[in-house]
Each structure stands twice: as C-alpha cells, then as structure tokens.
Design a protein around this ligand. Structure first.
Ligand code: PLP
Length: 477
C-alpha cells in the first residue's frame, strides 16, 4: 500500500476509535511529518485524500480539523472509500480535483485548462517585454475601464469577422470570462434573485451565483441541443427568474452547439419577459467544422444578451484577459468593474492587442483547431478500445473536453480515486451539477499534446474502469 494511503488509514482509525473527535484539530503537516517520519508531500497527499472523503477539512491559516459530518460505512473495494455521492460537497470536490492536478504532477486529463504548449506564448511575452514606459506604467490611466482601446478595437474586428457589428465602445475588458460573468450577474440581479443555470454545466457558475447571495436553479440540458426550453418556459411562468446563464457553443462539459433556431427561440422567449441572458462563450473560437457557430448574441435585438468571453482558451490561458459586450447593461458593468477591481494591468492587454494586430491570429487559431480536432479523434479511439462495453461518449463539436458515460454500475468517484492512485486525474461528473445524478460520468481533457504518456494514461484509465466494473459486478451492494 502506498505510504500516504496507509497514513490516511491511520488517521481514519484514530477518528473511528474516538482518539480524534469531530471538531478536533489534527497534527499540522509539519508535526505529522516529524512525528511519523514522513515527507511533507506524503502527509499532504494523505490529508488531501481525507479531505476528499469529507473526514477532515482545512481551515486557512489555522490547520486541519476533523469534520462534524458522520462517516459512512466502508464498502468492499479498497478504493471504494467512504464517499457517498449524497454526501459529496461539490465545491470541495472541485477544489480537490483542481489541487490534484496541480500538486501530484499527474497526467491532467481532469484539468479544465488547455495545454499551454498550444499557444504562441513566446511571441506574446516578447510584446509584453517590449512595452514602452508610457504603455506599461501610464497605461494605468488610459486603460482604466472599459479597458485598453487597441484591444477593444481588435476584439470588435473579431466580432466583425464573425458577421456581428459590435463597436469597441460596447466592450468592457475584464479579468477573464469569470469576472465578466460575475459583473454581468451583479448588473442584472440582486442578492436573493433566482438564476437559471444548465445541468450539467460549468461548475464555477453555481459557486459564483451563490457567492453573490443569489439562488441557483438548474434546468435539464440536452447533450445535443442544450437547455430545455419547455422547462424554461414552465419555470418562467411559475416563478420570477432574474437571469439565465448558459454556454450555447461547445458547452462544458457536453460539447454541443445549440442549433441556431433554438438560439433564436431562446432569445425571443427571454425577450418576451425582459429576462437577461448571460452568454458564456469562452470556447467559441475552437470549432471543428468549417464555419464558426453564431453566439446567441447574434439574435439579440434588445440589448438583453450579455456576451462574455476571453482569451483563456484560445490564446493565453495565464493572462486572464476577458471581456463582455453587455448590451443595455454596459454602463453598469463598467461601473461595477471600477468598484470591484479598478482595472486590469495594461501589459497583458497591450501584448494581446499587438499580437492580434501584427501576427496572424487567424493562422494560430486554424492550427489550434486542427490540433484539437486530431487529438479528439485520437483520444476517442483509445477510449473506445480500452473502456468497458457500455461506455458512451459525447460528440463534441469543438472545445477540448469529452464527456464519458460509464456503465451505470461503475461509480465515477471510485474511478476518480483509482486514477489519482495511478497518477492520472479525471473530472468526476458530480461536480457539474447539484442534482446528484451524474454518478457514472467523467470529463476528460484532450488538449494535451498527444504523446505515448497520454495514450498510456487513457488506456490505464480504461483498465481501471474495467477492473472496478468487474469488482462491482462481483460484489453488488
Ligand atoms: C464554460 C467556461 N466558462 C468560463 C471559464 C473560465 O474562463 P476564464 O478563464 O476566462 O475566466 C471556463 C474555464 O474552464 C469555462 O469552462
């Protein structure tokens, strides 16, 4: 047994035997490392495992504590530790998934981020280094919200390229799409308001809505065409909805594109009731077909669609540059931007603008789309060869994630844990919805440059899934 697993078992036993009780502080990482002669990373991995299981929790700047929650019964398999989906705290699972990607040096198939090797980062860094003092230091004045003008012009040109007439003055630059969506939510709704989200959908949105004191209402989202409009119509007639937030193009995790007729119907339905639609369109440039999909914003005649996007998925994941075209809420979003973070640093805005102006952004995107499409096919083939019979795969139309439906007897959290033990991360389906039905789904990231290591990791994952399925069939609970 691995060292960290046996150390975690030791702590678990102390809790079971009542040596450590709910609310007790446990050894700090350093104390445990000295007392049990373990490396810091072994202790950290053990604590992370116990956190995932909901047995302990970390309190910033204070330490680790035994949680108050009751433990569940152990199940047969050594890997089927005591997480029951009904007890899983989705926000903790998101954090542990993200931590496991960062800390373990694992094959990051569960990562939400694109592989940085896909991007012309050297070129963009050169532009950043070559900034004049005026641009770098005094940009703080000229680049206050709505943001750097040259960058807004370049973004407006991109909209034009996609057939949409958006002025640079309509655009507000933000810290990634994340801040764009947050500001848009604050501009259209007050604490207590109900916000409709997709299920499954991008997990951070539910956390953002709740952090703002608003209520999440998840609606069924079809894997091929998106949000259920009948359910939306029924909801609107039953309760007050302040806004809908969704991704119509290459939705995360499902990968679909909502058909244009449905986009049009959605915008019209919301316009009837004057309900704003916040469109999260971060994957829009990563299409596999010849033509880019239209955003729902293209069907908006009333300024009720707040279109949010960023360069995080298509150019520079680390620069955190995003934007919103917030229609009739533009001024309010700009005001909130001043109040929340004042402004973005000038350097990344200018470096991106110069790259877009002087280098072939379109050429880079063509290459990126080609690489992602090829890697999707490679990963799909390996999954089809190595995963158990009964596994089903989404057919993403773009982006870089594939949604895998495992045979229903297989608990995705068991696979998630077994994968971590084997140095591989996956994103368990349960983080993509509050509705606790996605117990046998995982999401895999195919953006990582294809290599033997990636191929072997996918095959290994398939083997683990087959083994766990066999075990569950031998010991049905
Ligand atoms: C659907 C979706 N929206 C937004 C984001 C975050 O975008 P940004 O990095 O620009 O804040 C992500 C990142 O995974 C995402 O998947």
């Amino acid at each position: 047994m691995k060292l960290y697993v046996s150390f975690a078992a030791r702590i678990r036993a102390m809790i079971d035997e009542g040596v450590l009780r709910p609310g007790d502080k446990i050894f700090s990482v350093r104390q445990a490392s000295q007392k049990y002669s373990l490396s810091i990373s072994t202790v950290l991995r053990a604590y992370l495992l116990l956190e995932q299981e909901g047995i302990i929790s970390s309190h910033p700047q204070s330490g680790y504590y035994v949680t108050q929650r009751k433990r569940l019964k152990q199940r047969g398999s050594p890997l089927a530790k005591d997480i029951n989906l009904a007890e899983v705290d989705a926000s903790k699972l998101v954090l542990t998934t993200l931590k496991s990607i960062r800390e373990f040096g694992t094959v990051p198939l569960g990562s939400p981020f694109p592989d940085p090797q896909l991007f012309p980062l050297k070129k963009i860094h050169q532009y950043e280094k070559a900034l004049t003092d005026d641009e770098g230091e005094w940009g703080i004045l000229s680049d206050l919200p709505p943001g750097n003008e040259m960058l807004r012009q370049q973004i407006a040109r991109r909209y034009l390229f996609h057939g949409m007439d958006i002025s640079p003055d309509d655009i507000v630059i933000t810290h990634g799409a994340t801040e764009a969506i947050t500001l848009c939510l604050q501009a259209v709704a007050k604490p207590g308001a109900t916000i409709v989200l997709e299920s499954p959908g991008y997990y951070a949105l539910a956390h953002t809505v709740e952090r703002l004191g608003m209520q999440v209402l998840e609606l069924h989202t079809d894997p091929e065409s998106g949000l259920d409009l009948d359910a939306l119509r029924a909801t609107i007639s039953a309760i007050n909805i302040a806004a809908v937030v969704l991704t119509a193009n290459f939705q995360n995790p499902l990968g679909f594109v909502m058909p244009d007729t449905k986009k049009q119907a959605l915008v019209a339905l919301l316009a009837e009731q004057q309900i704003p639609l916040i469109e999260d369109d971060v994957y829009s440039e990563l299409y596999f077909s010849d033509e880019p999909p239209k955003p729902t914003k293209a069907f908006d005649h009333e300024g009720l669609v707040l279109h949010c996007s960023s360069f995080s998925k298509c150019l520079t994941p680390g620069y955190r540059v995003g934007w919103t075209v917030a229609g009739r809420y533009r001024q309010e979003v700009e005001r909130l931007m001043f109040l929340s973070s004042l402004s973005l640093p000038s350097a990344p805005q200018i470096a991106i603008a110069k790259f877009m102006q002087r280098d072939s952004f379109e050429q880079h995107l063509k290459q990126l789309r080609h690489t992602l499409r090829s890697q999707y096919i490679l990963m799909r083939n390996v999954i089809e060869e190595s995963f158990p019979a009964g596994t089903e795969l989404s057919v993403p139309k773009g982006g870089y994630v594939i949604w895998v439906r495992l045979p229903p007897q297989l608990d995705a959290l068991d696979l998630y844990r077994a994968a971590i033990d084997n140095g591989i991360t996956v994103a368990p389906g349960s983080i993509f919805s509050r509705q606790k039905q996605l117990t046998h789904y995982i999401r895999l990231n195919f953006s990582h440059l294809w290599s033997l290591a990636i191929e072997q990791a996918v095959r290994q994952l398939g083997k683990l899934a087959c083994k766990l399925l066999d075990e569950s069939q031998q010991n049905p609970s």
